[in-house]
Design a protein around this ligand. Structure first.
Ligand code: NG6
Ligand code: CA
Length: 497
């Protein structure tokens, strides 16, 4: 089957996870106003999935599921985290990286983390050892943006330490009150090079006001224009350093999240302003990874997976002209909704897998799969090759969809629970969204259709991919059957560490 078996070595795994990249944002998924040649190359050389999902429509719960194999709604406290939150995955628990580590992989995470750092008992001191974090849940190397680009502290953390920190200029962070005398966006809009449209009016770093307050750490602060260059170089050097052993690289880009401040060489590459240019920058990062694998002769023994943590958003809190310049571009493609939404575009994301030896190159698969399935599927892969077993109670919501990932079948999951503004269930091509009495139909901040509705919703995506025709009232029996399936999954007894 795969060359990995012949060479008696497990394949390397590179997982590139974009931030807020929508189903319609790349050219191999139909975008025309922006070209993504490296994503397109991957689609030509790999398998392009049309029905792959993040299990949540925002970052933290989506990434929690990817790492832990547990639906985020099973664990309180897995919503969008502030930058000073404690790690939400207990150290020593069984995770995607710990499974691979056990199978002999050397694991690295580079880029956006947003799963918390430190513990509730000992909150993070940014000037000291910062742990627990990625290294305590299975990674061997980490170079991370602690939370998001728009949240303080705006510094990189490498393993347990802030990069380039001057001990004489310690960092303080608060999400409650102003610390130190750095100007805020609220007090000093005159100092801003990009102003907020919602929130984002606290400490100014690099001319951009953020969520949260920080002081100190001047020499450690990132320059937004250089984030993609910095983390892409770290990701490539992790590959280079570990080329002689099986490695797993989780490369979580900052693109195309806000604030969108691409490097000057990408500015103006599209007619869509910062958001379009950030897509081009993201695609460049993908290209750098592919070239590094080519140069080191690793392409034929490496699985490359590229996806996104949740659906797209145009105005996510900064006036970067994304709305004005969007033209005919549809970030959600032919889907309804976007980031945060219970409609498909909240969670259905681009997902491409390139296999060793480019097996099944060019295939398009409509298997229903999700990022949460990577722990069980990659465990199955390593199990096939080296016979690894993991405890039965671990990664309870992760399903082994390896045959679909390998392109051997178009069958994926039967059921998938999705956490957007309201909870929904996919059962094959059928979808229900639970009634939500309180939620707004359109997000006041992002103007995205949330999918919230006080009434039951049922869609047959086979002939209504854009969720326009709610058939719940016409088909009460089908609605009830699907709701029962969802209830059963929700009530399943699982161990949540
Ligand atoms: C929201 C922010 C948004 C973004 C999001 C998290 C405001 C008004 N909006 O609260 O800008 O940071 O959180 O995005 O502050 S995510 O991709 O990390 O989930
Ligand atoms: Ca995101």
């Amino acid at each position: 089957m795969m060359s990995a078996e012949h060479s008696n070595r497990v394949p390397n795994i590179v997982l590139i996870l974009a931030d807020d990249l929508g189903y319609g944002d790349v050219s191999c998924y139909g975008a025309t106003q922006v070209q993504t040649p490296n994503m397109d190359r991957l689609a030509t050389e790999g398998i392009r999935f049309t029905d792959a999902h993040a299990v949540a429509a925002t970052c933290t719960p989506s990434r929690f599921a990817l790492m832990s194999g547990i639906y985020p709604w099973r664990k309180p406290g897995t919503g969008i985290l502030p930058g000073d939150a404690a790690l939400i995955i207990p150290p020593e628990s069984i995770t995607l990286p710990s499974i691979l580590k056990h199978a002999g992989y050397t694991n690295g995470v580079v880029g956006k983390w947003h799963l918390g750092l430190g513990s509730p008992e000992s909150p993070i001191n940014w000037n000291n050892d910062i742990k627990p974090g990625p290294l305590e849940i299975g990674f061997d190397y980490s170079f991370i943006i602690p939370a998001t680009g728009d949240r303080v502290p705006c510094v990189f953390v490498e393993n347990h330490h802030v990069v380039n920190l001057d001990p004489n200029d310690p960092i303080r962070v608060s999400y409650k009150e102003k610390v130190g005398d750095d100007p805020t966006g609220k007090e000093h809009p005159d100092l801003l090079k990009q102003s907020p449209s919602h929130g984002h009016d606290m400490t100014i770093v690099n001319g951009i006001s953020r969520i949260g307050y920080m002081s100190g750490g001047k020499s450690a602060r990132w320059v937004d224009e250089n984030i993609a260059d910095t983390i892409t170089a770290k990701a490539c050097s992790f590959i280079e350093t570990n080329q002689d052993k099986p490695f797993f690289l989780y490369f979580a880009t900052h693109d195309i999240h806000v604030p969108r401040v691409p490097h000057p060489r990408f500015v103006g590459k599209t007619s869509m302003g910062a958001r379009g240019d950030a897509i081009v920058e993201f695609d460049w990062s993908v290209g750098e990874i592919l070239q590094t694998l080519d140069r080191l002769n690793l392409t034929n023994n490496t699985i490359v997976i590229v996806s996104s943590d949740n659906g797209p958003v145009v105005d996510d809190g900064y006036r970067d002209r994304a709305t004005e310049l969007i033209g005919n571009h549809k970030p959600n493609g032919f889907l309804r909704g976007g980031k945060g939404s219970a409609f498909e575009a909240g969670t259905r994301v681009p997902f491409i897998v390139r296999l060793p030896d480019k097996a099944n190159a060019g295939k398009v698969s409509d298997a229903l799969i999700a990022l949460i399935d990577l722990p069980a599927s990659l465990a199955a892969l390593t199990n096939q090759i080296i016979g690894q077993q993991i405890p039965e109670t671990a990664i309870p919501d992760s399903e082994n969809v390896l045959p679909a990932l390998l392109g051997e079948t178009d069958r994926g999951r039967e059921n998938l629970v999705l956490a957007g503004a309201s909870t929904s269930l996919r059962h094959g091509t059928q979808k229900i969204i639970l009634p939500n009495q309180k939620g707004q139909a359109i997000s006041a901040n992002t103007f995205i259709e949330t999918g919230n509705n006080p009434n039951p919703q049922l869609y047959e995506l086979k002939n209504d991919i854009s969720e326009r025709n709610n058939i719940a009232e016409k088909e009460p029996k089908r609605w009830e059957e699907l709701r029962t399936i969802l209830q059963k999954i929700r009530q399943k007894k699982v161990i949540v560490p």
